[in-house]
Design a protein around this ligand. Sequence first.
Ligand code: ADP
Ligand code: MG
Length: 309
Amino acid sequence: MSVKAENVTRYYGRQKALDEVSFQVREGEVVAFLGPNGAGKSTMMKIIACYLPQSSGKVSVCGHDVNTHPLKVKRQVGYLPENNPLYADMYVEEYLGFVAGVYGLGRKRKMRVEEMIELTGLTPEYRKTIGTLSRGYRQRVGLAQALIHDPKVLILDEPTSGLDPNQLTEMRRLIREIGKKKTVILSTHIMQEVEAVCNRVVIISHGRIMADAPTSEVRLLNKASRIIWAEFDKEVDAERIKEIEGVLDVVKEPPAGYRIFTRTTRDIRPDIFRFAVENNCVLLTLEQQEESLEEVFRQITIKPETGDI
Ligand code: ADP
Ligand code: MG
């Protein structure tokens, strides 16, 4: 097992940022931590990379415990932190040489730097200072420094945030390429990113794992479900809406709005219309909504049998 987390909890003061998180990543997998801001993704990544201790629980990388063997772990882990802090005044080549030195690469240093410049597509820019690079190229420098000691596991915290569409495509391609040879954990809050790059997705929300599934399953789940927003001229019985075939859950938004979660490939809007007629009320709004990530979470975590979360 490349990465193994068992019941990991982390507090910041009294705030619980991670709550009994357990998951495993096998060698060669490309896994996404998907979750909204504040979910605990960065915290989990820092713990794996030995930058932050957990409050309780156990984490190991390639069989080495992060608490008892941090140096062995660091040798196996490449880490690209969120916001990619780099030395703006250093030249690309100089910076990578510096990082290689920190890892004690010795004689291999120059060769490794050249290889990384080539691999990450930095060749046209490597004689510039980091501060003058575009965000896309700066992310490549971040990737190059994470890879320089040839780690088995790569931890990439929001590697595509702030990139323009071209840079984004290029960065995803690079990660896919690197993922053929390494175990990768990346964090994102974009569903499409998961679909473009990862085999598996671990969904995190409020410090807890909400789902852990192959990307293909999450995609199916996502497509097979819809959210309908219906607004009536007066209150109706939400329990009666739940009786409509395919409806999983109904959330009332006063005065008489209803967010209707459905898991069906059938369009249930005609049923809602009939429901209004049968209940002698007027349907003021009826629309199918774009799914935000929060809503996808909600659906993923609804139990199909009961509609409960
Ligand atoms: P994510 O990366 O998913 O956005 P984080 O791991 O950064 O989430 O944060 C999880 C929670 O922990 C958030 O509520 C955040 O405010 C809190 N948090 C993160 N880092 C610190 C810190 N250094 N001190 C205090 N609270 C923190
Ligand atoms: Mg984060």
